[in-house]
Design a protein around this ligand. Structure first.
Ligand code: FAD
Length: 330
C-alpha cells in the first residue's frame, strides 16, 4: 500500500494553516489503510519550524523541495516538481485543499498523470473491502451527494473544501522523517514568467475567513428585514451568511450561502437568526467554535448544536441586541 500524501501550501514565506486541516483528513485515511501519512512542501526559504509543525500535526514524513526558482507560484513549475515526486514515490492517495493553489495545480497534475481527480470534496473515507478512496462532494447544483471512486489509476486525487474539518492538533513530542529533494535544471524550466503579485484589494469580505458570522434565514420574513442582520454583522466586524432558502427567495446572493451546497465556515462565533437548523445548513457551520441561535420555535433543530439559545421573536431581539452593542461601544 502506497502512502497518503497531503499538499502543504507554502506561499510568500508562510505555511497556510489549511495544510493542518488536510493532515486531519489524511491521518484518518492513513490509519484506515495502515500506511504512512506524508506532506509535501515546496517553495523557497521554507522554515524548519514549519516542517516540524507538519510532523507535530500528524505527518510521518515530510518531502521538502526548497529552491529559489520555487519562490513564486507558477503552476507549470510546481506541477513538474510534484510529478517528479509522484513518479519516484508512488503514493496511493494525494489530497490538496480546494484553494486557488489546489484548484489550479491538482487538475494540471491529474491530467499529466492520467488519473482521476474529484474537486471540492466534503467527505473522504476508505472503502473497507477494497481500500479505495471514497470521494464525496455535492453534485447537480447541490441536490445530491455523489461519492466518486478512482478504480484503475493511481494516485487517487482529491481537493478538499476548506474549513470542512478542524485542523489537526499539534503534539510537540511527535517525530518524523524529513526528506529534502533536489532536481535538475530542466524541472524548473517554464514557458511562463512570473512578473508580479497583485493582491485583489477590492474583494468583498470572504465569509470563509470571517471570525464572526451573523447568518439569517427564512425567519427574517422579507429581504428588507436583512438590514438588521447587516447592521449586527457590521457592528461586530463580521460577515453576513444566509441559509439556502434565503438565496432561493432572492433576498441575498449565493456567495453568502452556508451549507452543503454553499460555503463551509468555521468562525469563532456564528449567530444563527431565524434559521431552523436543517441538516444541509448544519453541514456548513457545525465546526464553528461558538454558536448562538435566535429562533421563536423552542424545538428548532439549531438549538441542538447551539452553545447559547435564545427563544423569541427576532424582530424584538435583534433591535435590542443592536442597541445594547451600540451603547457598549460608546
Ligand atoms: P426554515 O427551515 O423555514 O426555518 C425558518 C426558521 O425561522 C424556523 O425555525 C422558524 O421557527 C424561525 N422563525 C420564523 N419566524 C421567526 C421570528 N420572527 N423570530 C425568530 N425565529 C423565527 N440549506 C442551507 O441553508 N444551505 C445549503 O447549502 C443547503 N443545501 C441543500 C442541499 C440539498 C441537496 C437540499 C435538499 C437542501 C439544501 N438546503 C440547504 C435546504 C435545507 O434543507 C433547508 O430547507 C434550509 O436550510 C431552510 O432554511 P431556513 O432555516 O432559513 O428556513
Amino acid at each position: 500500500m502506497g502512502e497518503v500524501w497531503t499538499l502543504a501550501e507554502f506561499r510568500h514565506g508562510k505555511l497556510n494553516p489549511i495544510s493542518f486541516e488536510l493532515l486531519n483528513r489524511g491521518k484518518s485515511l492513513a490509519q484506515k489503510l495502515d500506511t504512512s501519512l506524508a506532506s509535501i512542501i515546496i517553495g523557497y526559504d521554507i522554515k524548519k519550524e514549519d516542517i516540524d509543525e507538519l510532523i507535530e500535526r500528524g505527518a510521518d514524513k515530510v518531502y521538502v523541495v526548497d529552491d529559489k526558482r520555487l519562490e513564486n507560484f507558477i503552476v507549470e513549475t510546481y506541477a513538474k516538481v510534484i510529478l517528479k515526486l509522484l513518479d519516484e514515490y508512488n503514493p496511493d492517495i494525494f489530497i490538496a485543499a480546494a484553494t486557488t493553489t489546489g484548484r489550479t495545480l491538482m487538475p494540471y497534475i491529474a491530467v499529466k498523470k492520467q488519473t482521476g481527480l474529484t474537486a471540492d470534496c466534503t467527505v473522504l473515507d476508505i472503502e473497507e473491502e477494497t481500500g479505495n478512496l471514497l470521494q464525496t462532494r455535492p453534485a447537480i447544483g447541490g441536490n445530491i451527494l455523489a461519492t466518486i471512486k478512482t478504480l484503475n489509476t493511481r494516485p487517487q486525487m482529491a481537493t478538499v473544501r476548506p474549513h470542512s474539518t478542524k485542523p489537526a492538533l499539534p503534539d510537540r513530542n511527535r517525530v518524523g522523517e524529513v526528506i529534502y529533494k533536489q532536481f535538475s535544471d530542466d524541472v524548473f524550466s517554464s514557458k511562463t514568467k512570473y512578473i508580479r503579485f497583485i493582491k485583489n484589494e477590492s474583494q468583498q469580505v470572504n465569509i470563509q475567513d470571517a471570525k464572526i458570522i451573523v447568518a439569517g434565514g427564512r425567519g427574517l420574513g422579507k429581504a428588507e428585514n436583512f438590514k438588521l442582520i447587516d447592521e449586527l454583522a457590521e457592528l461586530l466586524g463580521g460577515a453576513v451568511g444566509v441559509s439556502r432558502d434565503v438565496v432561493d427567495r432572492g433576498w441575498k446572493t449565493y456567495p453568502h450561502q452556508i451549507g452543503l451546497s454553499g460555503k463551509t465556515v468555521s468562525p469563532a462565533l456564528y449567530i444563527a437568526v431565524g434559521i431552523s437548523g436543517a441538516i444541509q445548513h448544519i453541514a456548513g457551520m457545525q465546526t464553528s467554535e461558538n454558536i448562538i441561535a435566535i429562533n421563536k420555535d423552542p424545538d428548532a433543530q439549531i438549538f441542538k448544536i447551539a452553545n447559547l439559545g435564545i427563544v423569541g421573536d427576532l424582530n424584538e431581539i435583534l433591535p435590542l441586541l443592536i442597541e445594547r452593542i451600540k451603547d457598549y461601544k460608546k
